[in-house]
Design a protein around this ligand. Structure first.
Ligand code: PLP
Length: 445
């Protein structure tokens, strides 16, 4: 094609014909838009339209896109050592990032494993739990318990602790290892819902009966269970639910009483998103293992980390075969580590949790009209996460183009339309986002 428009149309044709997209069909693809640039809180399309990135590109671009400090860190590292293997070698970016992580996490974390994506971090954490129990001579303790409707990724083990019955991986159900599931806690995160009456069973007090299914399971089956894995406080892609932090305290106590480890998956919640550095800080607790990803690099590079207590790494290392059996080719990739170390410094300088709490107030005000909209079941806000839960599933094919017309980028799934804007979003940015949601959502119901 001669013209820029013609060439863009040709690229879209190739994409439609040959490229898989996440959770998509090649025969009947969801319409895609071509992005040519990202800038701060915005995604710029090839046709020049500028969209506010309302979900921080799947929750990773926490400090806005293409932040100059992160780009500079990437360029600096690219000039000296973009990659080197981590087997038998170490480097300054890996160490600097490790120091920053241990400083930011609550006290008591000690050993860090770098992996390349959130799903792989979950695999690593689960393997660590199994090796830990085996090292203690408890070889039968190899299964897992999790909260129903969670989301931990798309790899085989990660899928097994999502919800094989109700969740997106249903098709694989019969070929996945069978895990133990407990119901989602009924007690909501205090004050998060804009719709709920406080006196209802899902009110603001923690209802200790939420812990009974876990207590009953552990009393019977703890000999089979290596670890509890859950998303603390905020269940993300499985339903965007916010539950009471006291659940975490009780769950850790129960698990430890039965020699079961606790893994918190903070891939979505880490680095300030919920108004605390980590969701675990809402409860003042520390699990044995935490998985981190997404905003770890401020959204520039793919990197994840699994951080454990000294006890976990010591026990694993003291068992057979005397090593933790995982080692990705791109482990601790220096480019990703250098960017992540700078992202953590940036998060500190910006005070990411405070930014999230400021956005929380703006999301509450902006989304309030939707709490009274027919077809909306619940509107809830926690930190810089705003969720509109609808009575019926929303068709993403209809929703996305309408949001694009309204100047925002959102990607609803199922019955959830959610906003997770970059933490650097201005008051005007958040208003643009919530105004678009208030205008578009009623037309989708
Ligand atoms: N765990 C949680 C809580 C997530 O939200 C996600 C991604 O949405 C993952 C794990 C998987 O991460 P990734 O998509 O980087 O593999």
């Amino acid at each position: 094609p001669e013209t820029a428009e013609g060439r863009a149309a040709e690229r879209l044709r190739f994409d439609r014909e040959h490229l898989w997209h996440p959770y998509a069909s090649t025969l009947d693809p969801v319409p895609v838009f071509e992005a040519s640039e990202t800038r701060g809180a915005e995604i710029v399309l090839t046709d020049g339209r500028r969209l506010l990135d309302g979900i921080s590109s799947w929750w990773c671009a926490a400090y806005g896109h293409r932040h100059p400090r992160l780009v500079a860190a990437l360029e600096r590292q690219a000039r000296t050592m973009p990659h080197v293997m981590f087997g038998g070698l170490t480097h300054e970016p890996a160490v600097r990032l490790g120091e920053a992580l241990l400083e930011m996490l609550p006290a008591g974390f000690h050993s860090i494993f770098y992996a390349d994506s959130g799903s792989v971090a979950v695999e690593v954490a689960m393997k660590m739990a199994v090796q830990y129990q085996a090292a203690l001579g408890k070889r039968t303790k190899s299964n897992f318990v999790t909260i129903r409707s969670g989301y931990h990724g798309d790899t085989w083990n990660a899928m097994s602790v999502c919800d094989p019955e109700e969740g997106m991986h249903g098709l694989f159900g019969s070929s996945l290892p069978v895990r133990f599931f407990i119901p989602h806690p009924k007690s909501r995160f205090p004050g998060s819902s804009l719709t709920e009456e406080p006196e209802t069973e899902t009110g603001t007090e923690f209802d200790a009966s939420d812990l009974e299914p876990l207590a009953a399971l552990l009393a019977e089956r703890s000999d089979d269970i290596a670890a509890l894995i859950l998303e603390p406080v905020l269940q993300g892609a499985g339903g965007m639910r916010f539950y009471h932090p006291d659940f975490l305290k009780g769950a850790i106590e129960l698990c430890h009483r039965h020699g079961v480890l606790v893994i918190f998956d903070e891939i979505a919640t880490g680095f300030g998103r919920t108004g605390e550095w980590f969701a675990m800080n809402h409860a003042g607790v520390r699990p044995d293992i935490v998985t981190l990803g997404k905003a770890l690099t401020g959204g520039l590079m793919t990197l994840s980390a699994v951080v454990t207590s000294k006890n976990v790494s010591d026990v694993i290392s003291s068992g057979t075969p005397g090593a933790f059996m995982h080692g990705p080719t791109f482990m601790a990739n220096p480019l990703a580590c250098a960017v992540a170390a700078e992202a953590l410094a940036l998060a500190r300088d910006l005070d990411a949790p405070t930014l999230a709490r400021r956005i929380e107030g703006k999301l509450r005000t902006g989304l309030a009209p939707l709490a009274k909209t027919d077809g909306v079941l619940d509107v809830r806000v926690l930190g810089a996460v705003g969720v509109v839960e609808t009575a019926k599933p929303v068709d993403v094919r209809r929703a996305t183009p309408r949001f694009v017309e309204a100047g925002v980028w959102l990607r609803p799934f199922g019955r959830w339309i959610y906003a997770m804007p970059p933490l650097v979003s201005t008051t005007e940015d958040v208003k643009r986002l919530t105004d678009a949601m208030v205008t578009v959502i009623p037309k989708l119901l």
